[in-house]
Each structure stands twice: as structure tokens, then as C-alpha cells.
Design a protein around this ligand. Structure first.
Ligand code: ZN
Length: 391
């Protein structure tokens, strides 16, 4: 390349690099949904160690400048009998809190927006807890209140199946949205300062939740239907309703949710994949290496899917920002909940800087990048706290 072209290139690149370096000095990156805690419990996975599998640990959080995470606590209705949903949720929450306590020099459990800001300013990482699915509270508001006391700060109203409170977007239509009990639940969540999460619930249930709620709601891990028209994604009218109430849509990184062609391959192969996994687990019930075998099966099926990358993920972010403003979009990777189906350039938590660089390239201002990468979520936490503090 000729010298003057090199100089021109350097002149174009330097300001972007300066901006990037300045932003990264104190940027809060806050992910609304990561599912690692069950690995602490089931596989002895340790936050402190750097791994070559799964998507989150402390060394990789540091590399990726990930400052705060809402960890998902869940027991899938299809994997556990109903009497084990609540004890399983408590055990997973306990495992999360024990892991965080074991790394207290690097991480702290947070329950308020102010906690997140203070912990981030101290150079450590904030861990927060969320419950994925109203079935986990045994239909009891008393149990909900106790989970709040244990530090849980949002609850997804339903998971993959419809429950007493809400229709799931992948379950039966029983209530035509939220049930009367579901509306009561949302009011009780507002009263105690628990954010209502509308990922997984039907479009009508989202609209009902937004109407019932006195506080902003979040979609903790949902992508955009206008880009990938699949059942788990959100249509524009629902995104508009969430934003109009002051809420945030946190984009899910699942490769199959970012791209319809990838989704179709994933769904076509899922029964065979799940059958193979079940067989391996049944054949090796006490073998510590059985999870490695499971990951190899997941990898084999993931390789059949068309490739997606972090630029496609940023198109989902950009769609929401253009539709309703950068004040209403965030990140909800669903890392460690997507069976390894992650986009290229965003394979684990060490890769968030690629999103920051991408947003700079796309012309986003520093203020908007700060909102998208984390501050929108802090704002919604604070709004939920303010609603709860009102008489
Ligand atoms: Zn989920």
C-alpha cells in the first residue's frame, strides 16, 4: 500500500480506537440473562477457573469487561417433576451464592441498581439472580416474596410451558395472555420491587403484562421477529409496547434465534440431538466425563447449522434502537443456556468488546453505547425500586 493511503487509513482508524479505549476504561457491560449456575451444582464448574468450554467464568468475564450479570435460576418443567421445581430452584440459587462468596475478592452479589454501580466502580463484577418461570414459585406469592428476600430481582412470568399466570409463546393458549392471577402477580411484583420479565410469554401476555405493570418490564433474552421470523422472537408491535412503558428488550445471542435458516436446521435436528444426549446420560450415569460427551454431541449438531456472526446480532440491536430508541435495547445473551449455539465473534463472555467496536463502526454515540451495553438495565432496576418504594 502507498504511504499516503496508509496515513489516510491511520487517520480514519485512530479516532475510533481512541473512542474505544476511552469507553472501555469505565464502560459497564451488563448482561440480562446467563444460565451458568446449574453447572456449579451439577458439574462442579468453578467461576474462578478459565475453561475451554461453556461460556462464562471469571477470567473470561475480565477479558470481556463484563461487569454485571443477571444469572438465570431455573428447572425446566419437562426435566423435573412439579414437586422438585421449587427445591431445585433453591439449590441452584444456593450454588450461585456460594460460588460468588468463594470469589468475593473479584465478585459480589448485587440486589440494587446502586449495588451494581458501586461494585462496578470497585473493579469487581456484580452477580444478580433471576427466576426463569412462574412455575418455580409453586403458585405462591409468599414464595415469590421469599425469593425477593433471597436476592432475586426479576422473574420470567412463564418458561417453555404455559402456567397458572401466563401463556407461554411455546405452550398452550389457556388464558389468552395473562390470567387474572397473573395480573395479581405482576402487581405484587411491582409492590415488592421484582421486575417482570416478558421473554418466553405469548405476545398477548406481554401486552397484558405491560398494561398491568406500574413499573417498566424487560424482555431478558429475546431477539427480533422482523429479522428472524421464528416463534421465540418478538414482533415490532410488542417491542413498541415494552418501550412505551420504559422497558428494555435484551437481545438473545442464540444462533438459531438470530437467523431463520439456522433455526430451521436446529429444530429439524433437535429430536435426534436430544435422543443422543439422553442415551449418553443413561449409559454413563456416574461418569464425570459424561458432560464432555454431551458437549461433543451438541457441537456436532451445531456444526450442521448455517454460520451466524456478531454483526447479525448487532443488526437485531440496531433494529430495536431504530424502532424505539437506544434507550430501550440491551443484551441478554442466554450464554450457557443455548447448548453452545453461539455466533462467530461472540462465542463467550470474553467477546463483548466486539459488540462495542461494532456499535462504534455503526455510528452509535458514546452515550447510546453506554445505554445499550448496560445502563438501560440499571435504569429499569432503579425504576422498579422506585415503584416499590411508593406507598
Ligand atoms: Zn430462556
Amino acid at each position: 500500500m502507498r504511504p499516503f493511503l496508509l496515513l489516510l487509513l491511520a487517520a480514519c482508524l485512530l479516532p475510533a480506537q481512541d473512542r474505544y479505549a476511552r469507553l472501555m476504561r469505565d464502560l459497564l457491560i451488563f448482561d440480562a440473562h446467563i444460565d451458568t449456575p446449574r453447572y456449579f451444582l451439577d458439574e462442579g464448574y468453578k467461576l474462578a477457573d478459565e475453561h475451554r468450554y461453556y461460556e462464562l467464568d471469571l477470567p473470561r468475564m475480565k477479558k470481556g469487561h463484563l461487569g454485571a450479570v443477571f444469572f438465570g435460576i431455573y428447572a425446566q418443567p419437562q426435566d423435573y417433576p412439579p414437586q422438585l421445581w421449587l427445591p431445585r430452584a433453591l439449590e441452584v440459587l444456593d450454588a450461585l451464592q456460594r460460588e460468588v462468596a468463594a470469589n468475593r475478592n473479584r465478585m459480589e452479589f448485587a440486589v440494587t441498581a446502586a449495588d451494581v454501580e458501586r461494585i462496578h466502580a470497585s473493579g469487581r463484577r456484580a452477580a444478580l439472580a433471576s427466576l426463569e418461570g412462574g412455575h418455580l414459585i409453586a403458585d405462591s406469592f409468599g414464595v415469590l416474596r421469599q425469593f425477593h428476600k433471597l436476592g432475586v430481582r426479576y422473574m420470567t412470568l412463564a418458561h417453555f410451558a404455559t402456567n397458572a399466570f401466563a401463556d407461554s409463546m411455546t405452550g398452550d393458549t389457556v388464558h389468552n395472555g395473562l390470567s387474572p392471577r397473573g395480573r395479581e402477580l405482576v402487581r405484587e411484583m411491582n409492590r415488592i420491587g421484582m421486575i417482570a420479565d416478558v421473554s418466553h410469554i405469548s405476545d398477548k401476555a406481554v401486552l397484558d403484562t405491560v398494561a398491568a405493570s406500574r413499573a417498566p418490564v424487560i424482555a431478558s433474552h429475546s431477539s427480533v421477529k422482523a429479522i428472524a421470523p421464528i416463534v421465540r422472537n418478538m414482533p415490532d408491535e410488542v417491542i413498541r409496547a415494552i418501550a412505551a412503558k420504559g422497558g428494555v428488550i435484551c437481545i438473545n445471542f442464540h444462533a438459531g434465534y438470530l437467523d431463520e435458516a439456522a433455526y430451521n436446521v436446529y429444530i429439524a435436528n433437535r429430536p435426534a440431538r436430544d435422543r443422543e444426549i439422553k442415551e449418553v446420560l443413561a449409559q454413563h450415569p456416574n461418569d464425570p466425563a459424561r458432560w464432555e460427551r454431551v458437549r461433543a454431541i451438541q457441537k456436532k449438531y451445531f456444526a450442521k447449522m448455517p454460520k451466524t456472526d456478531h454483526r447479525l446480532l448487532l443488526r437485531h440491536v440496531d433494529h430495536v434502537a431504530k424502532l424505539v430508541g437506544a434507550g430501550h435495547v440491551g443484551l441478554g445473551s442466554d450464554f450457557d443456556g443455548v447448548s453452545g449455539m453461539v455466533p462467530t465473534g461472540m462465542e463467550d463472555v470474553s467477546q463483548y468488546p466486539n459488540l462495542v467496536k461494532g456499535l462504534i463502526e455503526m455510528g452509535y454515540s458514546d452515550a447510546d453505547i453506554r445505554k445499550i451495553m448496560g445502563l438501560n438495565l440499571v435504569r429499569v432496576m432503579r425504576a422498579a425500586e422506585e415503584v416499590a418504594a411508593r406507598p
